[in-house]
Structures are given as structure tokens and as C-alpha cells.
Design a protein around this ligand. Structure first.
Ligand code: SAM
Length: 326
């Protein structure tokens, strides 16, 4: 379906849980978050009914995220059920990777095609610091396993923060010489907790400048979302830059989001959301679900104004990244 601004919307991101086994400093507070009660979370059966209703309206691609999607029990069976929905041709996941290795084969068999791993540092001590207790080894083994099993592409999402990992940009870029991965540097958004805001921000332009080796421009990679892509000479992988702050890509936005507590969000950075869970629990059938989905598309903002000038600490954006489903 086409939204009110003429954009083709074919991509749904589903947050299957608000819980996470890490507490990344720029994302969640250390004390954790008041986890939603079981009954507040959309059941897998409800999510599947929702996807079945919106697939005929043009949703073809689904990304499963969270919180940490792999902490939710039954995730493999859920992916399998998702992949049998007519019209859904591409299922991907964003994960911190710490639990990936164990279930990687089952996920592949269930129909998961692509995986994005979040990894902000290649230094084990810094990794435990930023995640508050995670082990880099677990994530790296997950990435290697994903490559071995043939997930394609395997992407690594790296949020760059001044004074934390900006000195590792070149090291991350050089991973593409050895591994066929897509490294995507992401600008820190004012959506986190614990003061990881303006002072830590580095624009993609400055991140790029940290890479001293020559970057060769790669033309649009099909299905690779909002990043701009480059390659190092003789590299096996690709390097991308995602610029939610310095250069908005709203005119190319093709997605809507379903939060773990069942709200349909037409835009990451807007507080607009429609209550799908309440509707479905009130007995709504396909037609009513489709009606609320169409309404979401009709109010999808043309663009967002997320910036550090107007919005230093994200106070205008009611939900945080882990609640929205990053
Ligand atoms: N737990 C999964 C993971 O770690 O990938 C999925 C959820 S996590 C919220 C999704 C992505 O959001 C991660 O790549 C994380 O780095 C990113 N993220 C969280 N807070 C952010 C912020 N303030 N700015 C930019 N990216 C952020």
C-alpha cells in the first residue's frame, strides 16, 4: 500500500519483547525497566493474526526485534509460523547475538533469512562495559555461525559514540577485508538513557573521516535499507552509514512498527501510535485490523525532526529505542 505521502509501505518491524539480557548504556537504564506483564505483551498468536491481516495490504518483509528477540520463548516456532504466511517473503532479525549460536540452525530452518547483529566494540572489556555484563565472545561466535550457515547478508550494526568507540571505526571497517559482512555505522540517537546524548554524538560524515583507507562508493544495494554504502579495495564485505540525525531518510521510509505491547507506530520518532492489541482483544476481525493499519499509514508523518538541537535528550519522544523495537 501507498501511504499519505506516496511511499510504498512493505516492511513491518515487530518487537516481540521489551526484555533484554543486556543493558547497553545508551539504550536501557541499569536497573532495567519495569518489564511489561505477560498479559500486556502481544501473544505470538495475536502477532501472527495481525501479520496475516496486513500481508494482503502489501507487507512483504518482516523484521523481528525487541528488546532482545531471542530471550522470548517460542521464537523459533514463531519465525516458522511467520514464514508460512502468504505474501511474507523476507524475514529478518535484529539481535545482540549473545544467544544466537545455540538457535541459529533452527532459526535458519524456520525461515529466517537475514540477521543484523548489534556490536559496538571489538574490545572484550569495553564490550562488557557498554552492555554492562555481556561477553564479546558469545556475540562473535554468533556472527561466525551466521556466516557459516549462509545467512545473507550478515550485518553488524555499530552505534558510534564519541569517547567510547570512535577510535575503533577503522578496525570495524577492516573487518570487511576478512569477512563478507555489512558493517553499518549508526549515528547515536537521543533515545537512550544515562546521558548518552549530545556530547557523545558523532555525525556519519565524521565517522567516515575516521576511516583512512580509501572508500569506494557502492551503488544502491537492493534491500539494504536507508544506508549509504562503500567498500575498501579488495574487501569481501561492505560498509554503510546510517544517518537518522544528520541526514533524514524519511522520504524513502517504507516501514511501520508493532511494539511488544501491541501498538502500531507509523514512525520511530513520532509519539503517534494506534492500539492494535486492544482492538484485537475486543474481538476485531481482519477488516477492523486492516482499517487500523490503513489509518496508521494515513497518519504516517512525512518526516521526523529528531535532532540534538530541538530534542537534546529525547524528551519529546515518549518511548525509548528498546520499547519501540530498534
Ligand atoms: N536487542 C536487539 C539488539 O541489540 O540488536 C534488538 C533491539 S536494540 C534496541 C536495536 C538496535 O537499536 C541496536 O542496534 C541498538 O544498538 C540500537 N540502539 C539502541 N539505542 C540507540 C540509540 N540511542 N541510538 C542509536 N541506536 C540505538
Amino acid at each position: 500500500m501507498i501511504d499519505n505521502c506516496g511511499r510504498k509501505i512493505n516492511y513491518l518491524r515487530i518487537s516481540v519483547t521489551d526484555r533484554c539480557n543486556f543493558r547497553c548504556r545508551y539504550c536501557m537504564p541499569v536497573e532495567g525497566v519495569k518489564a511489561l506483564r505477560h498479559e500486556e505483551i502481544m501473544s505470538f498468536e495475536e502477532i501472527l493474526r495481525f501479520v496475516e491481516a496486513v500481508a494482503p495490504l502489501g507487507i512483504e518483509k518482516v523484521r523481528v526485534t525487541g528488546g532482545e528477540p531471542l530471550v522470548r520463548k517460542g521464537i523459533v516456532e514463531f519465525i516458522s509460523a511467520l514464514s508460512s504466511i502468504e505474501g511474507i517473503s523476507d524475514i529478518s532479525m535484529t539481535t545482540n547475538g549473545s544467544l544466537f549460536k545455540e538457535v541459529s540452525y533452527d532459526l535458519k530452518k524456520a525461515g529466517l533469512k537475514r540477521v543484523n547483529f548489534s556490536l559496538d566494540t571489538l574490545n572484550p572489556e569495553k564490550f562488557s562495559y557498554i552492555t554492562r555484563w555481556g561477553k564479546l565472545k558469545d556475540v562473535w561466535e554468533g556472527i561466525e555461525e551466521a556466516l557459516r550457515l549462509g545467512f545473507n547478508p550478515v550485518k553488524i550494526n555499530t552505534v558510534v559514540a564519541r569517547g567510547f568507540n570512535d577510535d575503533e571505526v577503522e578496525d570495524f571497517a577492516k573487518l570487511t577485508l576478512e569477512f563478507p559482512v555489512v558493517i553499518r555505522f549508526i549515528e547515536l540517537m537521543p533515545l537512550g538513557d544515562g546521558g548518552w546524548t549530545k556530547g557523545r554524538f558523532i555525525s556519519a560524515q565524521d565517522i567516515k573521516a575516521r576511516i583512512k583507507s580509501e572508500l569506494l562508493k557502492v551503488n544502491n544495494i537492493e534491500g539494504n535499507g536507508p544506508a549509504e554504502y562503500f567498500q575498501l579495495q579488495n574487501a569481501k564485505g561492505v560498509i554503510g552509514f546510517i544517518t537518522p540525525i544528520s541526514r533524514h531518510f524519511c522520504e524513502r521510509c517504507n516501514r511501520v512498527r508493532l511494539t511488544a505491547d501491541g501498538k502500531l507506530k507509523p514512525c520511530l520518532a513520532s509519539s503517534a501510535e494506534l492500539d492494535v492489541k486492544g482492538l484485537m482483544r475486543g474481538g476485531a476481525g481482519v477488516a477492523e485490523i486492516q482499517k487500523v493499519y490503513k489509518e496508521a499509514l494515513s497518519i504516517k508523518p512525512y518526516g521526523h525532526n529528531m535532532s540534538y538541537d530541538k530534542n537534546d535528550d529525547g524528551r519529546d519522544i515518549k518511548r525509548k529505542m528498546w520499547q519501540i523495537g530498534g
